[in-house]
Design a protein. Structure first.
Length: 343
């Protein structure tokens, strides 16, 4: 270990440790690289909220690396309940401090933290350039390889962006709703009547039978979507939804979700769109997305840049996005490393 890495002091990133959270926020914000159509600018409310509110069914573990009084690196792991993996959500060295072994020290801490939580595998999504696409920093993949990580069999995917100034897919209006369905809008909090259906559709991607998901006030209160909303609201995010209701049965046939951080008025994250398998083939996916874009723009007139990410095996959604004018900008590639490396 070189001198810099040996002098590091690791402090847990905990929501009530305000000075450490502030130092981490500054480091994360100041380290953001200005690569067009790669990531939205950091939003302080979103980042701060993310320390207190984990996604449902996960635990977060984070540490900030200090050199003297200065935060020079950060590490965040997401630990899904009941899984053998620790997902590296952030492993960051301050730009001015790179190539001195800090990243390696963070990686070592990642291994120790993952082992403390009983995990056997570290996984991380690494952003890479698309063949023929815009350039991306090759450092992260070189770093992962240098530390013995390998590209995994896990999902690879594509990050697509739509710039509404270049192409507005809603310029011609929202296509007609297919016969037998009606559209229903809602905002950040899903109405009770749809909470179970949205949880079931979101978790099963439209494939599993609804009877496995329970009903009644307790099921609504503890549903996946309610727990997800708790995180979203805690991060200061606003969400916009449109659902398709099957008129004959009253069932929710599908929905789409888009959300915004507080700090970036021009950026929108296009989240999940799902149509139950029994209701596919009617063009509902495109109708939902365009109707929701109109919904968002009514309340968020400054929205201009929309990002979305999909695994490669979700070709229909990638194609639908391309039809809307989304342009592929970069790949995300899944890397993995054993928590206890063979010696
Ligand atoms: N180009 C080529 N090789 C690199 C680079 C680079 N830009 N950066 C690191 N490496 C390799 C080298 O082999 C290096 O050893 P060397 O300096 O003796 O040649 C080795 O990785 C270790 O480098 P460190 O000094 O320990 O790492 P550093 O503190 O520079 O941090 C990091 C590397 C974390 C990737 C940094 O560039 C960064 O913060 N990038 C932005 C955040 C990011 O993309 N993180 C994802 C990391 S991948 C993952 O989590 C598995």
């Amino acid at each position: 270990m070189n001198d810099t890495a040996a002098d590091l002091r690791f402090v847990p990133l905990e929501a009530d440790d305000v000075p450490t959270v502030d130092a981490w926020l500054r480091l994360t914000t100041e380290s953001a690289e200005d690569v067009p159509l790669s990531a939205a600018p950091h939003c302080a409310a979103d980042l701060t909220g993310s320390v207190r509110f984990a996604p449902p069914d996960t635990t977060l573990a984070g540490e900030v690396a200090f050199l003297g009084g200065q935060a020079v690196g950060a590490l965040r792991l997401v630990l899904p309940d009941g899984a053998p993996v620790a997902v590296v959500d952030q492993l960051l060295t301050a730009p001015k401090e790179r190539r001195q072994g800090i990243g390696t020290a963070l990686f070592r801490r990642a291994r120790s933290l993952a082992a403390e939580h009983g995990r056997t595998l570290l996984v991380a999504d690494v952003v890479q350039a698309l063949p023929g696409g815009p350039a991306r920093d090759e450092g992260p993949a070189a770093f992962a390889a240098a530390l013995g990580a390998t590209v995994s069999d896990g999902p690879e995917g594509v990050h697509q962006w739509l710039d509404l100034d270049r192409h507005d897919p809603s310029a011609g209006g929202v296509p007609e709703v297919p016969a037998g369905y009606r559209l229903q809008r809602w905002g950040t909090v899903t109405p009770d009547a749809f909470a179970i259906a949205v949880s079931e559709l979101g978790q099963s991607l439209g494939a599993s039978p609804p009877e496995t998901w329970g009903e009644g006030p307790d099921a609504v209160r503890t549903s996946h979507v309610r727990r997800y909303e708790r995180m979203r609201v805690g991060r200061g995010r606003r969400a916009y939804h449109v659902g398709a209701v099957h008129e004959a049965t009253g069932e929710l046939a599908g929905f789409t979700s888009a959300s915004k951080t507080t700090g970036n008025p021009e950026h929108l994250l296009q989240g999940m769109t799902v149509v139950a398998s029994a209701h596919r083939g009617h063009g509902l996916g495109l109708v939902l997305k365009l109707a929701n874009l109109a919904h968002v723009r009514e309340y968020e007139p400054r929205v201009r840049l929309i990002e979305t990410a999909n695994a490669d095996d979700n070709r229909p959604m990638i194609a639908l996005n391309e039809a809307m004018g989304f342009v592929p900008q970069e790949r995300f590639v899944s890397w993995e490393a054993p928590v206890a490396p063979a010696v």
